[in-house]
Design a binder for this molecule. Sequence first.
Ligand code: ADP
Length: 364
Amino acid sequence: MSSHPLTGKAPPDFAAHVPSAQKPLIPKKHAITGDYTILTRSLGVGVNGKVLECIHKATGERRALKILRENPKSRRELDLHWRSCSHENIVNICDVYENVFMGHRSLLVVMECMEGGELFDRIQDKGHFTEREAAEVVRCISLAVAHLHHMDIAHRDLKPENLLYSDKTPSAKLKLTDFGFAKENHGSKALTTPCYTPYYVAPEVLGPEKYDTSCDMWSIGVITYILLCGFPPFYSYGGAPISPGMKKRIRQGQYGFPDPEWTNVSSQAKDLIKGLLKTNPADRFTIDDVLRHRWIAGYQEVPQTPLACIQVLQDDKELWPDIQDEMSHALATMRVADEPSKIKKVADANNPILARRAKKNSGK
Ligand code: ADP
């Protein structure tokens, strides 16, 4: 087994992350109300409607109910989530019902209830946040993504709203959810297994599938960047979601590590981000590169430098819905992109949040 150029360590034992085969999904046909009391309180709202709270009658446990209209897209979402949910960093599915709900054939997906809320809400509520804690968070997200990518599944909607904490305790687990855009790449493994490694084939020839997983890598890069400084690497002008200017900046990789927020952040953290935000998807780190990277593999030795993240998130609270919208739109653009973008990196960043912060920090 060869050692990794960045860590000098042998690759981790990925077999440890591969779960035992999930049992086949057979939705229950009897009425969900026989087993659950459905409450009117919603736990969150997504594109598919509300996620409701429900109580499992037999155990009294609180759970979350997502209602999907029965159609091929919902079936795919459910199938991919079901097959991957045995991992400790992916929200678990407890039960599935096929019922007529409000007059529509529906799939009722009962999940464990993630009482700890969304990733950045929890970080904002903390008194302090260090670079080592950020590395731990990125490691958890990466373990979930590795589990999917090793099954040839790309999530393609990896954003802060889909990362939830199991409870409010300090030992809560961070888990990935919402497989609404997940996609399985049937057969791509056949071309990349050691017995058939086509070194001579250009990445494009392997087909666009290769780029589905690179979209998750871009997301990990953006989330890591925000965790470390509190603002996103790319931002549009005038609040217009994913403006042409922002699209261009993403394609050109125009972002920076400005002072003072980045002054004390380690060069290893920046190295990881650079590998993840590469403009050409074929050059971007894969999930195995991330798990082997020193900042992730050696997360327990990452410096405990306090980060500006919480303060910046609090200062810019009113911008958070825009930031979320922009990330969603950028991901939507990547999902439909026929071709990987290959424009050269430009050094200077034109980021109005940065400009505002720089002005504030210079006391003007
Ligand atoms: P959609 O596919 O409609 O966007 P999501 O699966 O993203 O729906 O869920 C929407 C919101 O509901 C999430 O952002 C989250 O706040 C909340 N939510 C989803 N699943 C759970 C869960 N298992 N426990 C608690 N809240 C959840």
